[in-house]
Design a protein around this ligand. Sequence first.
Ligand code: G3H
Ligand code: ZN
Length: 279
Amino acid sequence: MPLATTASIVGTAPGGVCAFNIITLEHAEAVAAAAERVGTPVILQVSENAVRFRLGRLAPLAAAATAIAAAATVPVALHLDHVTDDALMYQAADAGFSSVMYDASLDPYEMNVARTRAAAEWAHENGLWLEAELGEVGGKDGAHAPGVRTDPGEAAAFVSATGVDALAVAVGSSHAMTARVARLDHALIAALRAALPVPLVLHGSSGVPDDELRRAVEAGMKKINIGTALNVAFTEAISRSIAQNPSGADPRPRLTAARDGMIDATAHLLRTVAQRSQV
Ligand code: G3H
Ligand code: ZN
């Protein structure tokens, strides 16, 4: 099946859409396999951090993700995540990505608007869908900041000033949580949904329990970004494999266990999020 686009998946899904961060080939294979198992579309995300891990090169992981997405029997799109470097964004279209999340959320409001507006203009000239962030979702530097919130009035002004296609908002989640204990502000999600003409994006969703994710989608959250949950499944499976066979030198049984663990975790989250939204 040809590569899907983020715009088409987000625009047509009746419920929430999962976007999973991939770091290795096994992550991408696991996400595609899980989406096929559940029968839902899915978005594969590569973050600027993941590019840094891949020795600063986008092309190798993007090429693998493109091939895996194209071979899938369900729609799969590619999204470039948390981009702060314009030079990386400019590589997106040629590398197979249909969307970019441009992250100027650490900048003061006016600077965030100016940089995001320029990014959105470039993205639209190049046929890409652009997501931005307002009200910094914590944890990107390793520290959780679950108290940060996005103001609906400011968010509406931001969307109108920048022309973005989707907005990541701070509603109680935080990046890189390995325990699923986050509590979301569902009234704020509903207020943001009512105030904004574009889909809402939840970042740091690994730390959000299933029932909170379901309620968030019901309240109007659309794109659900998940990364750490896959890494938890990966690392648990590898650790079990090493404990069971400490001297095994072949990485394949370990990576097979890691991929299988990620498939199960991903399939569970896809089922949880793909319910029909009430709004
Ligand atoms: O943009 C990526 C997500 O926000 C992932 O966050 O690793 O905490 O699930 P997470
Ligand atoms: Zn994020």
